[in-house]
Design a protein. Structure first.
Length: 136
């Protein structure tokens, strides 16, 4: 199963974009995500490091640094997924087995193509698109 960090990050940014007048505290966002505020602060820290959001020490609230239509889901993905490889092939295979000896080479190109396809989809979808989908 792929880590849920990405979907939570999209949730955070979409919530801020959908409700710009709210005070976006980690507690308020955690209520929407249904998680602990510590999880929200941890992911917000990654988003902040990527330049997507801003926070002010001692002041509750998170703000977007760009317009929602300028934030692609790929930017969010790269901000919070620390290991860029979506797929990886198990290592330590049996070199005496024809499948074990060749499985990495057989799958590497397919996995790279799948990753590229996913990234192209994410690059073409913005937070504004997600917010629009939420309103329907």
């Amino acid at each position: 199963m792929i880590n849920t960090r990405f979907s939570v990050a999209v949730h955070i940014i979409s919530l801020i974009a959908a409700y710009p007048a709210e005070q976006h505290s980690s507690e308020w966002i955690a209520g929407s995500v249904n998680t602990n505020p510590v999880v929200i602060r941890r992911i917000t820290g990654l988003l902040k490091r990527a330049g997507l959001v801003s926070t002010t020490p001692g002041v509750a609230g998170i703000t977007l640094n760009k317009c929602p239509s300028e934030i692609s889901l790929l930017e969010i993905y790269h901000a919070v997924i620390l290991d860029d490889a979506l797929f990886s092939v198990h290592e330590e295979t049996n070199p005496n087995c024809p499948v074990g000896r060749n499985i990495q080479g057989a799958l590497n190109d397919t996995f790279k193509d799948a990753q590229l396809a996913m990234e192209q989809v994410l690059a073409n979808k913005t937070v504004a698109d997600v917010v629009q989908d939420l309103k329907q």
